[in-house]
Design a protein around this ligand. Structure first.
Ligand code: ZN
Length: 68
């Protein structure tokens, strides 16, 4: 991961800030005071339609309704 440096971007001490990323997302970390602030990342949008929610064998009436 390439780190980007923001000079004097820390809201706490005004120090230099590195932009890092881990498995939870990207965040900024101050080199001087250790202040960490999350960078909100847009969540992935899923466009799947709601299907059968319960696992297992479908009910007979449900299968009849689906077939019709
Ligand atoms: Zn700082």
């Amino acid at each position: 991961m390439v780190t980007a440096v923001g000079f004097k971007a820390c809201p706490r001490c005004g120090g230099d800030v590195h932009t890092k990323a881990d498995m939870y997302g990207s965040y900024r970390e101050c080199l001087h005071c250790g202040h960490v602030s999350d960078i909100p990342t847009p969540r992935a949008k899923f466009a799947w339609t709601k299907g059968r929610l319960k696992p297992g064998r479908p009910r007979k009436s449900a299968t009849k309704r689906d077939a019709a």
